[in-house]
Design a protein around this ligand. Structure first.
Ligand SMILES: *[C@@H]1O[C@H](CO)[C@@H](O)[C@H](O)[C@H]1NC(C)=O
Ligand SMILES: *[C@@H]1O[C@H](CO)[C@@H](O)[C@H](O)[C@H]1NC(C)=O
Ligand SMILES: *[C@@H]1O[C@H](CO)[C@@H](O)[C@H](O)[C@H]1NC(C)=O
Length: 330
């Protein structure tokens, strides 16, 4: 008890004196801040790096509470402050990666900064035009599993003996493709994962890496990051039914197979008047729809779904449900 009391006092005294010192320091005209040392960039996963540095050991010890300003230069400019001496960055790496860091100090209304230190990762080697191009990916829930399907095109300069290898990373899971589709030269051009570790609600980012090999040339890799909400294809609505009652057409359906609850869906209903060759579409939030029609006509109806932005960022529409047709039984 007594010891703890002493410790608290000492601690208060130390931090208190540090604040006073720093406050005094703030009144000085110029404060010399030294840049961090031993700045390194390490690849820790697909499209993921760890930046690390150490405080400058020659820094005036009276200066504490420094922060760091991290600046990503390539591939996309970004900058942010941190108190820590490391930082993770998720970025494509096929064009190389470079970043800088400096020591900064906010002192009352004044701001001081050191010189920058920089580090970079070289772009991986490869002949121009040999990497896979036009990569597109779609995720979908099939039998309660999140499946992933990606396709790409062979680079225009890739030799006939090129082989591509596909990898994805979601969070801390990295997987290599097991089921490729091939072109007539036996080159891999699509990949299908019937089940994945990807988030079933389409949140977060998917990192894809396609590298390759050939006896004739070094094949350049391709990295791409996808926002999952933008590539998640929801299933179509289920059990669409329609019936006519006089001049009323009543349509109803059930929510798609999905990890999202019923309230998360918006729908679009397409009502096609077969005789008049005329269709109308209607956006709806509930699971049914009632409209006045001409009972002497026959109609074809389909419905599609999307996740409402209350539940996640806007994404793709589902496929249309199978069309059903209705006519009055006279
Ligand atoms: C920086 O790295 C060098 C060489 O690895 C090492 O000797 C030195 O102790 C490091 N400096 C700091 C402050 O960690
Ligand atoms: C690939 O993408 C480029 C640029 O987006 C486009 O111009 C080209 O038509 C696409 N190629 C094919 C075969 O789809
Ligand atoms: C392709 O990338 C994977 C994953 O990073 C790596 O293990 C493999 O060695 C690479 N292969 C080629 C041919 O570059």
């Amino acid at each position: 008890m007594y010891h703890q009391y002493i410790m608290v006092i000492i601690f208060l005294f130390l931090t208190g004196s540090a604040v006073v010192l720093q406050a005094n320091l703030c009144l000085e005209k110029e404060i010399l801040l030294l840049p961090p040392v031993n700045f390194t960039i390490m690849v820790t996963g697909l499209s993921k790096v760890l930046l690390r540095w150490k405080p400058n050991p020659n820094q005036d010890p009276r200066i504490n509470c420094v922060k760091y300003n991290v600046k990503i230069n390539t591939p996309n400019e970004d900058d942010y402050e941190t108190k820590k001496t490391q930082s993770t960055s998720v970025n494509v790496l096929h064009q190389g990666f470079s970043a800088s860091v400096q020591t900064i100090l906010h002192c009352g209304s004044r701001f001081f900064q050191s010189n920058w230190v920089s580090a970079e990762l070289q772009a991986p080697p490869g002949a121009p035009g040999t990497s896979a191009v036009n990569l597109t990916c779609v995720t979908k829930i099939i039998r309660d599993e999140v499946s992933l399907h990606c396709t790409w095109i062979v680079g225009r300069n890739a030799p006939k003996d090129t082989q591509y290898f596909f990898f994805y990373r979601f969070d801390r899971y990295t997987k290599e493709c097991q089921e490729y589709r091939k072109d007539s030269w036996n080159r891999n051009i699509a990949c299908w994962f019937p089940e994945t570790a990807i988030d079933g609600k389409g949140r977060g980012k998917l990192a894809v890496h396609i590298n390759g090999s050939s006896k004739q040339m070094v094949i350049k890799p391709l990295d791409q990051l996808f926002d999952l909400h933008a590539i998640d294809q929801v299933n179509p609505p289920m059990n669409v039914t329609a019936k006519m009652d006089g001049n009323h057409l009543f349509i109803q359906w059930e929510k798609p197979v999905s990890n999202f609850p019923r309230k998360c869906f918006d729908y679009e209903v397409d009502i096609y008047n077969i005789r008049r060759d005329y269709s109308q579409t209607q956006k709806i939030q509930g699971n049914s729809f009632d409209l006045i029609i001409d009972p002497t006509c026959k109609y074809s109806i389909k419905v599609r779904a999307t996740v409402h932005f209350d539940c996640r960022k806007n994404g793709l529409w589902s496929e249309w449900s199978q069309s059903i047709s209705v006519e009055a039984h006279i």
